[in-house]
Write a protein that binds this ligand. Structure first.
Ligand SMILES: Nc1ncnc2c1ncn2[C@@H]1O[C@H](COP(=O)(O)OP(=O)(O)OP(=O)(O)O)[C@@H](O)[C@H]1O
Ligand SMILES: [Mg+2]
Length: 346
């Protein structure tokens, strides 16, 4: 599995324009009237067909970044501080819902962290999928319903015709998630953003949903941004991984080198916290200490107060830049002098 993933990551033609290009993107959330930085200087690219994992502790900004790619962070609670997000050459930032109609659904589909974000409890699930199809493609209600049922079959919902007439509350968590996936892929997007798609599910259902996503990716060739707390899922599913810490990207790398030899002490600490028996569910909160509160970041490295390798006077003075090359980047001034253990090392 792993060698193949590295090959896949290496096979991505670097000269080709990326499908997603997030460039120096910074976003504030307005809290009690004041803007506080939630994302700072985010750079990220996703190429066609690539699967990129986004990890980080709770509150690090993963969902906000995902929502920003869809232009879904409400303008009344946010302020763009700088940078841009392009999807297939289309600038997303600053656009209205109307401008974004051609992107959402068609170019990018999203599975939300909370399934009920995309499902309306008052409507039958088949009608909700059909509505998405009609909004983007037009056509008759009858055709849209037939297509909705075909999509439910595609995501392996048994007895799809009958299930299409169910209301969301009548379905199990696993089935609800399949409906959300059917809705997200109904218009065959180039990119699927999956925000913690399996966190609320039991281990067996989680594995089934991941298998489904893997198959859809193979069949449809779409790129996927997978947000997960679960490093085991990232290792198994992704070509590349990006680590967010307190609103900053602190490391990005192809999956295998990342797990073998992380370059940032935070990444290494996360990998060390993986239990030896590789339990499928790993909460990242086992790391001692807590990330800085929003708007309370220290002048230097944001991880410095929790870092076992911090050097006073070097790490905590000024903001730390990203080091490395395109494929492998890390925000640590000591990366080259440290031999940090990965997932398999003591
Ligand atoms: N609409 C909003 N209003 C107020 N604060 C927000 C809003 N959206 C995000 N935030 C704040 O931005 C920060 C980042 O939140 P976000 O949901 O992106 O984190 P996350 O990494 O997805 O966390 P989790 O793993 O818990 O899902 C949090 O402190 C959150 O409270
Ligand atoms: Mg989230």
């Amino acid at each position: 599995m792993s060698t193949q993933q590295v090959r896949q990551a290496e096979a991505i033609p670097r000269g080709q324009a990326p499908l997603v290009r997030v460039d120096n993107f910074s976003l504030d959330i307005i809290r009690s009237g004041d803007p506080v930085a939630v994302l700072t200087g985010i750079n990220l690219t996703v190429h066609s067909g690539e699967v990129v994992g986004l990890v980080g502790e709770s509150g690090s900004g993963k969902s906000t970044l995902a929502m920003s790619m869809m232009g879904l962070v409400p303008k009344r609670v946010s302020r763009l501080r700088g940078g841009s997000i392009e999807i297939d050459g289309f600038e997303v930032t600053g656009k209205s819902t109307r401008d974004l109609r051609g992107i959402r659904g068609n170019k990018v589909g999203m599975i939300f962290q909370e399934p009920m974000t995309s499902l309306d409890p008052a409507f039958r699930v088949g009608d909700q999928i059909a509505e998405v199809i009609r909004r983007h493609r037009g056509g008759t209600r009858r055709d849209a319903r037939a297509e909705a049922i075909a999509n439910l079959k595609l995501v392996e919902v048994a007895d799809a015709e009958r299930r299409a007439d169910s209301y969301p509350h009548e379905l199990s968590g696993g089935l609800r998630q399949r409906v959300c996936i059917a809705m997200a892929i109904a218009c065959r997007p180039d990119l699927l953003i999956a925000d913690e798609p399996t966190t609320a599910l039991d281990v067996t259902t989680q594995a089934q949903i991941l298998d489904l996503l893997r198959r859809l990716r193979q069949d449809m060739g779409m790129a996927i941004v997978l947000i997960s707390h679960d490093l085991a899922v990232i290792a198994e599913f992704c070509d590349r991984v990006m680590v967010l810490y307190a609103g900053q990207m602190i490391e990005q790398a192809p999956v295998d080198p990342f797990f073998d030899r992380p370059r940032h002490p935070y990444s290494s600490a996360l990998l060390q916290s993986l239990p030896e028996n590789q339990k499928p569910l790993v909460e990242l909160s086992v790391l001692p200490g807590a990330p800085p509160q929003l708007g309370m970041v220290a002048p230097g490295c944001r991880f410095a107060v929790r870092c076992a390798h911090v050097v006073a006077g070097r790490c905590d003075v000024a903001p730390i830049q990203m080091y490395g090359e395109d494929a492998r980047q890390y925000r640590c001034i000591r990366a080259d002098e440290l031999e940090l253990p990965g997932a398999d090392n003591e």
